[in-house]
Write a protein that binds this ligand. Structure first.
Ligand SMILES: [Ca+2]
Length: 231
């Protein structure tokens, strides 16, 4: 079991949307209700747990011609926090320390999970955020330091109408003690409520998360991730 007294455990409150400077184009308000989330492909949907919490992102997205743009470098974990499903799952989110891996800069995000208390059911460990993305991106990339668990790594987004979408960063985290660039394409995202739902940009990234399915091994482990980019 994890040491809950670990002083490194993330104590992140508040949900700022960090916007980079740029010419205002369209002012939007994206309201995200994190209370309910069905899931198309996960047999027992890892709905967001316990405390329903409305999050409002207010910002002005950019139209850019960027080729490769860093959205988060995880040099600090402001605007990120941990959640899990079901409540028997343990874990925390922090940044890497000392000799722990980072891909760029001094730190990476560290997602620590323990699924062992939730055997036989779908379980998930979430890195939660509320990060408004630029209007015109095709691919989202994330460097991931795998633990060989075989768990499913996904990302969730919400559009300007509140519709939620998910995509796969990796169907199985089957690499261990090394970095791998995981990516998903906006065109491959599917709606949570309706698989064919149309996207209404801009999108906000709301979660990066690990899922274990009922028949898979419900172990404990940790992954690191770094340098979230869109292009
Ligand atoms: Ca970093």
């Amino acid at each position: 079991m994890l040491n809950r007294s670990d002083t490194r455990r993330a104590q992140l409150n508040g949900w700022p949307s960090r916007m980079e400077p740029g010419p205002p184009v369209v002012a939007v308000v994206v309201s995200i209700l994190l209370a309910t989330a069905g899931c198309v492909k996960e047999p027992e949907p890892p709905v967001i747990p316990a405390t329903p919490r409305a999050v409002e992102i207010i910002g002005t997205p950019e139209v850019t011609t960027t080729t490769d743009r860093v959205i988060a470098d995880f040099e600090n974990m402001d605007g990120w926090c941990f959640a899990c499903y079901p409540s028997e799952v343990d874990g925390y989110l922090t940044h890497s320390f000392d000799d722990e891996p980072s891909h760029d800069g001094d730190f990476a995000a560290k997602l620590v999970y323990d699924f062992s208390g939730a055997r036989g059911v779908t379980a998930a460990a979430y890195a939660m955020t509320a990060h408004l993305l630029p209007l015109n991106w095709d691919r989202l990339g994330l460097w991931v330091y795998g633990d060989g668990s075989g768990h499913w790594l996904r990302a969730e987004f919400v559009d300007s109408t509140g519709e939620k979408f998910v995509g796969d960063l990796a169907p199985r985290v089957d690499w261990e003690d090394s970095w791998r660039l995981c990516a998903l394409y906006q065109s491959d995202l599917v709606g949570l409520r309706d698989e064919k739902a149309r996207r209404h940009p801009p999108l906000a990234l709301t979660r990066i998360y690990l899922v274990v399915l009922p028949t898979a091994e419900h172990n404990a482990g940790e992954i690191y991730f770094d340098t979230l980019t869109v292009e």
